[in-house]
Ligand binder design. Sequence first.
Ligand SMILES: *[C@@H]1O[C@H](CO)[C@@H](O)[C@H](O)[C@H]1NC(C)=O
Ligand SMILES: *[C@@H]1O[C@H](CO)[C@@H](O)[C@H](O)[C@H]1NC(C)=O
Ligand SMILES: *[C@@H]1O[C@H](CO)[C@@H](O)[C@H](O)[C@H]1NC(C)=O
Length: 621
Amino acid sequence: MFFTNKLINAALMAILANNMLLAAASDWVAQQHVLNPGQLGQDNLEQWTKTKKNVVLIMSDDQDATMESVSYMPRLKQHIIDKGTHFANHFTTTAICCPSRVSLWTGKQPHNTNVTDVDPPYGGFPKFISQGLNDAYLPVWLQEAGYATYYTGKMFNSHTVWNYHSPFLKGWDGSNFLLDPGTYSYLNPIYQRNHDPPTQFHGQHTTELIQSHASELIDAAIGSGKPFFVAIAPIAPHSNIDTNDGGDPVMTEPIPLDRHRHLFQEAQVPRTANFNPDKASGVSWVANLPQFNETMVRYLDHFYRQRLRALQGVDELIEKVILQLDDARVLDDTYIVFTSDNGYHIGQHRLPPGKECGFEEDIRVPLFIRGPGIREGAVENAVTAHIDIAPTIFDIAGIELRQDFDGSPLPNIPSAVPGHIDKQENERQEHIAVEYWGTAIAEGEAGGFDGNGQIVMSNNTYKALRIHSRSHVLYYAVWCNNEHELYDLKVSCFAIRTNSESTLIDFCCIQTDPHQMLNIFPEYLSDIPPTALVRMITRLDALLMVLKSCKGETCRKPWKVLHPDGDVGNLDDALDSKFDSFYQTQAKVAFTRCEPGYIISSEGPQTAKQYRGDLSWSHWS
Ligand SMILES: *[C@@H]1O[C@H](CO)[C@@H](O)[C@H](O)[C@H]1NC(C)=O
Ligand SMILES: *[C@@H]1O[C@H](CO)[C@@H](O)[C@H](O)[C@H]1NC(C)=O
Ligand SMILES: *[C@@H]1O[C@H](CO)[C@@H](O)[C@H](O)[C@H]1NC(C)=O
């Protein structure tokens, strides 16, 4: 444990499964063929096609990694989790659909796409287009590398029946997109196939439709004779939104397929310490939320069950996809990625159903991958993010990584790029840069944030850092009103003997503040902060300063910006007391205003000072 015992008001004992503690070892052999299809004759082209692997990416919408939704998906478990690797520390860089998806498809932090919202002027499909990203995202790059590419489901928000053709999304050999205003309508969805006009399907369940669209596209992919990429993005378990009566859109709980309506009658939101707590938590508007009464808690549980039920259609879709690939005998040559765009909260920290926050519930995302050379039933603990997905698919496809990727390939996935060096867990970056601009929205009929029907909170703008170093697991956030949050999420484990013969060893783990209930930023403590805490915060401030405007390599190796000599590669190195005075004089991340978008002039200092070595440093300080 990191800070003094006095600060730790709750310690939780848990026995974690051994495999969570053991790093996944790599036991695959990297393939060394990389050929350029344009330069090949017919025989070689066939050879090239054979060595290329396919990728199928299935992405649910708003699915949590912390409220146990995955454990209600038996087919996901059977076909993907048990057959592949669980990336147990996977995060989104921003907890909202469209910005998160743009990050995933481009391999870039939201501050580098500047698609930061779901609607214009700061986000949505029109902003994706105006930022020039229609020419610079994953499917376009995959097509250039000889892949056939297909997509069905929700691509972006504000991708509508009015603007879908101006211009058409590039990069897809076949597509069937969900469009607004029917994207989130479970029973009256609007789909738009290739360049055809959109069709609204009255009374047909969106998940049933996407199952058949996916099946059609996979047939086309298999028939293409090329290596293929297929993305399937159903909307479950996102809230239902209908605008059919002409009124304002209302976000209600998701609607499952009829055959799943009666499942899980007993399920309820896990009653973790942060669920509807007696004492308010968080900062800014979160700290002012009222506690839910019993009626509302019953509604939250109902909302939760509707999500689990809506996910059953996705679970069935997963099985159909696997069986179809298997029947066509391409399953063994195909990577299957299952993830979601962002996480979700229901009642934690007294929050009504929704996302957009930096808490674990919102930024942690499920990620499971199976495929040739990937360890079965393994757990990978390296810190990974959505910006790593495009680089990973590049690696699988044998395409040289782009310098402007802010992420890097996931560990323990075979690469088809010659000379690729797989960075093992302890060499990878230990941080996730989380960023958010704008509003937070209450979904469902939870009475609004303040109990008075107000459902949109503005000033939900913050920059945060999630760190998993060898010795520290922390969440640090600076809000646009300059409030700070710091939570210690460290797990300390030690081996214990579980029988008298001393043959069985298990692990006993203590997690300091897993539910982010104790803000240990000095301002919020009644005691004088320990030196170690003050020292830590100076390092976190400097790291956040670099990450909030990083690009490409500086996002992947931020410590190198602060220490160009390369002698500091991680947080533990930076904590050396010899750097104390250097870090104390750094400017801090601060805002001058709360903005709904990425307005640099309101975001305070932009750059950090660099360390120039002991002598020169003491000389110019
Ligand atoms: C991001 O986009 C918004 C809206 O177009 C614009 O006002 C802002 O200046 C952009 N920010 C940056 C850093 O380019
Ligand atoms: C519970 O809270 C909701 C939302 O604030 C309110 O509308 C309702 O009247 C409350 N019910 C009871 C029994 O207090
Ligand atoms: C939101 O931020 C703006 C600009 O910083 C400020 O003027 C306004 O009072 C804030 N609103 C709330 C509800 O805090």
